[in-house]
Design a protein around this ligand. Structure first.
Ligand SMILES: Cc1ncc(COP(=O)(O)O)c(C=O)c1O
Length: 478
């Protein structure tokens, strides 16, 4: 038994190799001298030198082991180093390591077939990209050419990627520095009852008001100028907000009413994370275009793509699609996708994710929320959960302010440092921590992480109005 099989009740413990601090120092020094990191002030970061990873764990050169509650950047849905996928990549490398995109290649054909078999409705043509952002770029380009319209509407609470158009489409603050020449992007408020922009008191109100707001935005922008509405089916980095029942179906109706292309971004939510193959399956909604990446091959080799409906594919039947990539459908990446999808099916990984969400992770996180004054809301499904941390449960004031840095971010820094000391690598974004381990995590591993999360939340409690000083984290009266 290995750590990979989700149904293995007692996975074998991961044994880390002997520590090698000198090698770790060399890796770190070369990184600091030459590697330019994403989204960072280069002089203010101190990246951990990682020696290896397996299943739900990784370890450093000192021999310290971390349980990864982040799945990298929410991509190792089948955990690190799954032997079947590693072997498939090795076999493909030996057979046909690379080939140009204009040819029919077995691994590419098979990956497209397996993906199309699982995507909802008639999303049966697959355009492969190198990752999520370029999938979003191409989905929007397809929508613009298909409709002949320029604008794209997206949600403020969203992340769609770091390339120029995708970062403009993104709602979160990472777009601000690149918000020049936004190319017809208009943002709107998607539903989020806990922090409602519509003063709603129920999910029904939030749904109704969010749909009215979106329709008003389309009308005021001029429907004849709107090519697409793009939404993450369940927004990921922005906070794992499950859309209220009826919202996505309502957006589908609005798009049909105004001739707008409906794009769902499943880069983070797709491929098992929500306990279904795609988050769209939970809402019984079929978009015109759907983007994917990350979990498609657990991030073992860069890959993303757009699943295209019959209607939009038809536009490009006798008219060239004005776009392409040197590595579209790279054989190594596609072989990894084939092996990942087959492994997920054979090992029941999607079912395991659903079981964890319903019976293990969801109940455990709700129990934490009852005990910790810092936990304002727990939301999610499958292996895709957020804890919205607050200074005060009554007012819902976030534990740190929007986009806080430095001293203002101390409570979240405290939380993260406590988790790491305990051997848990946490996902932290603004005032939230997300619980997004590999979908293959065992119940025993999850419980190990839960105990550390409990301690880290106790550190966060100290920053709440309820928990100053040493009383933090104790059960609250009343
Ligand atoms: C929903 C969503 N879309 C797009 C992206 C961009 O993907 P990539 O970083 O592979 O370009 C991400 C990345 O986190 C994402 O979560």
């Amino acid at each position: 038994m290995t750590t990979h099989h989700p149904s293995s009740a007692q996975a074998a413990p991961v044994t880390t190799p002997a520590p090698d601090p000198a090698a770790g120092r060399a890796v770190h020094a070369a990184d600091r001298a030459h590697v330019f990191h994403s989204w960072s002030a280069q002089g203010q970061i101190d990246p951990l030198a990682v020696a290896g990873a397996e299943g739900s764990f990784f370890w450093d050169y000192e021999g310290k082991r971390y349980l990864d509650f982040t799945s990298g950047l929410v991509f190792t849905n089948i955990g690190y180093g799954h032997p079947k996928v590693v072997a498939a990549i090795q076999e493909q490398a030996a057979k046909l390591c690379t080939f140009a995109p204009a040819f029919a290649i077995e691994a590419r054909s098979e990956a497209a077939r397996l993906i199309a078999e699982r995507t909802p409705g008639d999303l049966d043509k697959i355009f492969f990209t190198n990752g999520g952002a370029d999938a979003v770029e191409h989905a929007v380009r397809m929508a613009r050419v298909h409709t002949g319209r320029p604008k794209v509407l997206s949600a403020y609470r969203s992340y769609h990627g770091g390339t120029q158009q995708a970062i403009n489409i993104t709602g979160d603050p990472r777009r601000w520095a690149s918000d020049t020449g936004t190319g017809g992007v208009v943002h709107f408020h998607a539903p989020h009852l806990y922090r409602t922009p519509f003063y709603s008191e129920t999910e029904e109100q939030e749904c109704e008001r969010a749909l009215a707001h979106l329709e008003q935005t389309i009308v005021y922008e001029g429907p004849q100028t709107v090519a697409a509405v793009i939404l993450e089916t369940i927004p990921g980095t922005a906070g794992i907000m499950m859309p209220p029942p009826g919202y996505l179906a309502g957006v589908r109706e609005l798009c049909d009413k105004y001739g707008v292309v409906f794009i769902l971004d499943e880069v983070m939510a797709g491929f098992g994370r929500t306990g279904t193959w795609f988050a769209a399956d939970l809402y019984d909604v079929v978009p015109d275009l759907m983007t994917f990446a990350k979990g498609v091959n657990s991030g073992y080799v860069p890959l993303g793509g757009v699943a295209i409906s019959a209607k939009i594919a038809e536009t490009f039947e006798n008219r060239p699609y004005p776009g392409g990539l040197t590595y579209s459908g790279h054989p190594l990446a596609c072989a990894a996708a084939v092996a990942t999808i087959e492994t997920m099916a054979e090992e029941g990984i999607v079912e395991h994710a659903a079981h964890l969400g319903e019976n293990v992770i969801g109940p455990a996180l709700r129990e934490l929320a009852e005990r910790h004054p810092s936990v304002g809301e727990v939301r999610g499904t499958g292996v895709f959960w957020a804890l919205d941390l607050v200074r005060d449960k009554e007012t819902r004031e976030p534990l740190v302010s929007y986009n806080a840095t430095g001293a203002d971010n101390a409570p979240m820094a405290d939380f993260a440092a406590t988790a790491k000391r305990g051997g848990l690598w946490p996902f932290v974004n603004m005032n939230r921590t997300h619980v997004v381990p590999p979908c293959t995590i065992t119940e025993a591993e999850f419980k190990e992480g839960l105990a550390v999360l409990d301690e880290a939340l106790t550190a966060a409690d100290a920053h709440t109005t309820a928990g100053s000083g040493t009383d933090a984290g104790r059960p609250q009266a009343g």
